[in-house]
Write a protein that binds this ligand. Structure first.
Ligand SMILES: NC(=O)c1ccc[n+]([C@@H]2O[C@H](COP(=O)([O-])OP(=O)(O)OC[C@H]3O[C@@H](n4cnc5c(N)ncnc54)[C@H](OP(=O)(O)O)[C@@H]3O)[C@@H](O)[C@H]2O)c1
Length: 395
C-alpha cells in the first residue's frame, strides 16, 4: 500500500484516546502516524508533534478521506454505535485495516452484516474489541489452546476463564457506551435477542451449536477452590471467542465450550464478596432497564472525557486464569498485567500494540470482520509480552 500514513489514531482527544496516542508516541519507531478527531485545537494541544487530521466521525466523506490516506485507523471515538459506523464503512471500502475498543455487541453485529463481505474483497482487517474487552479472553483462549495442543497433542474441549483480582475504575465514554446499549435494547426487541444469543457474533448466529447459557448466580470451582459469579463483560467476551473459533473453522471441535466467570477467594470473605458483587450486578442490570434509574446513575457517573486518575491507572492490575480441559487432561494458564488498570493503562497497551501490529507486522490473515487472535495471533501475543503483560502456563 502506498499511503501517507501507517496509522491514524482517531478520537485522540478522548480519555482513552489520549492514553493510546501517548502509548504510540512512546513506543513507535519509524512509524508514519497522525492523530485525528473533530476538534483541531484540542488535537494540537496534545503536543504530540505529529500531523493532525480533522474530521467529524459522522461525516462520511471526511472519514473516507482519512481512510484513503492511511494503512490503519485505530479509533477510540465512542459510543461506537453513535460515532463508529462511518469509520468502519470507510475502512472496509478502502482496504484500510481497523481496530477499536468497542464492547457494543449489537453494533458489532450490524458492522459484520454491513461490511464483512466488502472488507473480505478489499483485504481490510476489521478488528473490534482490542482492549480489556476482549483481548485477554480471545487471545488468552487461543494461546492456552496452543499450549494444550503442545502438551497433549489435541485441543481442550472446554476452556473456562476466571476473571479474578483486579483494580480499576470506569471512564465517561465507557459509561456512555453501556447506556447506549441499554437504550437500544430497551427500544428494540431484535437487539435484545442479539444480546441474549451466545453465538451473536458467529458467521451464522442461528446455526445448531452446543447450548452455552451465560452464567447466573454464585457457584464453586472445585478445581481452583474459588467462588464464581457472573462476569459483567462475559456477554461480550464469550461471543468474541466463539466468533474466533467459528471463523477459524472449529479447530477445537464443534462441541467446544467456552465459559467466562468472575472468581473470588474460596474463604468466608470470598463468599461475602461474591454475594455483594452478584447483588450489585443484579441491581445494575435492573437499573439499566429503567430509564429514570438509568438517567440518575448516568448523572452520578464519570462524564465523557473523565476517567480514573493517573495513580489509579498506575496502581491498577488484573489477572485472568484459564482452566483448559479434555478428558483427564488439564492445563492452567494465566493472563495478567501487574502494572496497569484493566480499562485504561492496560487497555492503552493492548489497543496500541494491536494498532502497531496491524501497521507493521507481516500478518497473513485474510480481510473481513475478524477478532484480535484471528487477525494478529502470535504477533500480538509477542508484542503484549514485550509490553509487560503475562500470558503463561501456570500448572
Ligand atoms: N474495551 C475496553 O476495554 C474499553 C476500555 C476503555 C474505553 N473503551 C471504550 O472506548 C470508547 C471511548 O471511551 P472514552 O472514555 O475514552 O470516551 P471519551 O473520553 O468520551 O472520548 C470520546 C472521543 O470521541 C470523540 N468524538 C465524539 N463525537 C465525535 C464526532 N462526532 N466526531 C469525531 N470525534 C468524536 C471525542 O472528541 P472530542 O474530544 O472532540 O469530544 C473524544 O475524542 C467508549 O466506547 C468506551 O466504551 C473500551
Amino acid at each position: 500500500m502506498s499511503r501517507d500514513f501507517d496509522l491514524v489514531v482517531f478520537g485522540a482527544t478522548g480519555f482513552t484516546g489520549k492514553l493510546v496516542a501517548e502509548y504510540i508516541s512512546r513506543s513507535a519507531q519509524k512509524l508514519r502516524w497522525a492523530i485525528a478527531g473533530r476538534n483541531q485545537a484540542k488535537l494540537e494541544a496534545l503536543g504530540l508533534g505529529v500531523p493532525v487530521l480533522v474530521a467529524d466521525a459522522l461525516d462520511a466523506a471526511a472519514v473516507a478521506g482519512i481512510a484513503r490516506r492511511t494503512k490503519v485507523i485505530c479509533t477510540t471515538a465512542g459510543p461506537y454505535a453513535k460515532y463508529g459506523s462511518e469509520i468502519v464503512a470507510a475502512c472496509a471500502e478502502h482496504g484500510t485495516h481497523y481496530c477499536d475498543l468497542t464492547g457494543e455487541l449489537q453494533w458489532m453485529r450490524r458492522m459484520i452484516d454491513a461490511h464483512d463481505e466488502r472488507a473480505k474483497q478489499t483485504g481490510a482487517r476489521i478488528v473490534h474489541t482490542c482492549g480489556f474487552d476482549s483481548i485477554p479472553s480471545d487471545l488468552g483462549t487461543w494461546a492456552v489452546q496452543q499450549e494444550f495442543i503442545k502438551a497433549y497433542g489435541k485441543p481442550a474441549t472446554s476452556v473456562t476463564a476466571l476473571f479474578g483480582e483486579s483494580s480499576g475504575a470506569l471512564s465517561g465514554g465507557t459509561v456512555a457506551s453501556g447506556i447506549q446499549t441499554a437504550v437500544e435494547a430497551g427500544a428494540d426487541r431484535s437487539i435484545r435477542q442479539v444480546l441474549a444469543n451466545p453465538y451473536a457474533l458467529d458467521p451464522d448466529p442461528y446455526a445448531d451449536r452446543p447450548p452455552s447459557p451465560d452464567e447466573g448466580g454464585i457457584g464453586w470451582d472445585s478445581r481452583l477452590k474459588m467462588f464464581t459469579i457472573p462476569f459483567v463483560m462475559a456477554g461480550i467476551n464469550t461471543r468474541v471467542v466463539r466468533r474466533a473459533h467459528a471463523l477459524s473453522g472449529f479447530p477445537w471441535g464443534k462441541d467446544f465450550v467456552y465459559r467466562e466467570v468472575m472468581s473470588t477467594p474460596g474463604s468466608p470473605r470470598g463468599l461475602v464478596m461474591a454475594t455483594a458483587m452478584t447483588a450489585g450486578l443484579a441491581g445494575l442490570a435492573f437499573a439499566m432497564k429503567r430509564p429514570r434509574l438509568r438517567d440518575a446513575l448516568a448523572k452520578r457517573a464519570p462524564q465523557p472525557g473523565e476517567g480514573p486518575t493517573p495513580e489509579q491507572r498506575e496502581k491498577g492490575h488484573w489477572k485472568t486464569r484459564f482452566v483448559a480441559e479434555a478428558g483427564n487432561h488439564r492445563l492452567l494458564y494465566v493472563a495478567a498485567d501487574r502494572h496497569g488498570d484493566p480499562g485504561y493503562a492496560s487497555t492503552a497497551k493492548m489497543l496500541g500494540e494491536s494498532a502497531l501490529s496491524l501497521a507493521l507486522d507481516p500478518l497473513t490473515a485474510a480481510g473481513g470482520c475478524t477478532t484480535p487472535s484471528i487477525a494478529m495471533g502470535q504477533f500480538l501475543l509477542d508484542r503484549l509480552r514485550r509490553a509487560g503483560l503475562t500470558f503463561e502456563v501456570a500448572g
